[in-house]
Ligand binder design. Structure first.
Ligand code: DAH
Length: 343
């Protein structure tokens, strides 16, 4: 019996299989009711008692070798099938690639840029690491003026001339950069990242995004500002959207205003989102203060202009009903996958 098992082990080791049917034949031959193993177990009963221990062990080892071999043959077969079908059957559809999707903030930024570009605005850029002059002084924030506290600033480097390096707290700094280098008239929007020293919560973040708008020409009036913003509101939130301008204060505009759009969720009736008022605040705006024009060398007796600035996160929250700012920065695929757009 020992000899039979040794011979059969050698035969088993050499076995190969091309098809599932081959494997089934092997299984029947060894493990089937009338198979080799059952026959060996019958014969085992005849083995003299003193040899039973050794033979039993041999037999059991052989049985698990058979089982392992069959499992291995199956695995090899599956592997070779999946390798060859892709190559040989060219009519089969290719496996799908999972495509990424745009970030909701990019979708909304692109949409805003596109809306303004239709009425002649071009995109302008400026650095994220700025200096005091472009973020504050040129925008009519005098030194020590309390309006500087409106925005909690990250200071990067202290400089002797007091023109400290700072992370820009708003994209209004791009207004100054553009006025310095571009010929008049100017009509630009500047999307970008801004930084403020705020504790992170559902409603505040230390990094966020804004879009700044700037229009300077001869005879630009508050009526032009209002018309441009009404056009934007209707394109962004729907034809029936209305706007309202409330007096406000910014150092770089005079007069200054805060713009609200009618709440498109409740149609102005009052709901949770607009806190019962029927209006949603979306941006600051105003006529550029003559001091700001003069600081960049523009003659405020000849030219006038308006500016506006809005937070992209806020617009995206209203558009998609997103309740927590932190979701934008956590890169959770379950969140990001929900947004799709042509832009
Ligand atoms: N820079 C302002 C802020 O971050 C927003 C703003 C208000 C921009 C009025 C403007 C403007 O251009 O005219 O809060």
């Amino acid at each position: 019996m020992k000899e039979i098992i040794e011979n059969q082990t050698a035969i088993l080791d050499a076995l190969t299989a091309q098809t599932a049917d081959d494997i089934e034949q092997i299984r029947i031959k060894y493990l089937g009711k009338k198979g080799l193993l059952n026959a060996l177990f019958v014969e085992f009963k005849q083995v003299p008692n003193e040899e039973k221990k050794e033979m039993g062990a041999l037999l059991n080892t052989f049985k698990s070798k058979v089982e392992n071999k069959i499992a291995m043959l199956k695995e090899n077969l599956l592997e070779s099938q999946s390798n060859t079908t892709g190559q040989e059957d060219l009519t089969k559809p290719a496996s799908l690639l999972t495509l990424g999707s745009r970030h909701p903030l990019s979708i909304v930024r692109n949409e805003i840029v596109e809306i303004f570009s239709r009425i002649g605005y071009t995109v302008a850029e400026g650095p994220e690491i700025e200096d005091d002059w472009h973020v504050f002084s040129a925008l009519n924030f005098p030194p020590e003026h309390p309006a500087r506290d409106m925005q909690d600033t990250f200071f990067i480097e202290e400089r002797e001339d007091n023109n400290h390096a700072v992370l820009r707290t708003h994209t209004s700094s791009v207004q100054v950069r553009t006025m310095e280098k571009q010929h008049l008239p100017i009509r630009i929007i500047a999307p970008g990242r801004v930084f403020r020293n705020e504790a992170i919560s559902a409603r505040a973040h230390c990094i966020f995004h804004q879009i700044e708008g700037l229009y300077i020409d001869k005879d630009v009036s508050f009526a032009d500002l209002k018309q441009n913003l009404l056009y934007f509101a209707k394109e962004m939130f729907g034809e029936n959207t209305q706007i309202r301008l409330r007096p406000s204060y910014f150092p770089f505009t005079e007069p200054s205003a805060e713009m609200d759009v009618s709440c498109n969720l409740c149609g102005g009736e009052g709901c949770n989102i607009c806190k019962g008022t029927g209006w949603l605040e979306i941006m600051g705006c105003g006529m550029i203060d003559p001091n700001v024009l003069e600081a960049s060398g523009i003659d405020s007796k000849v030219y006038s202009g308006f500016a506006f600035g809005m937070g992209i996160e806020r617009i995206a929250m209203l558009k998609y009903d997103i309740k927590d700012l932190r979701l934008y920065f956590e890169n959770d695929l379950r969140f990001l996958k929900q947004f799709s757009s042509a832009l």
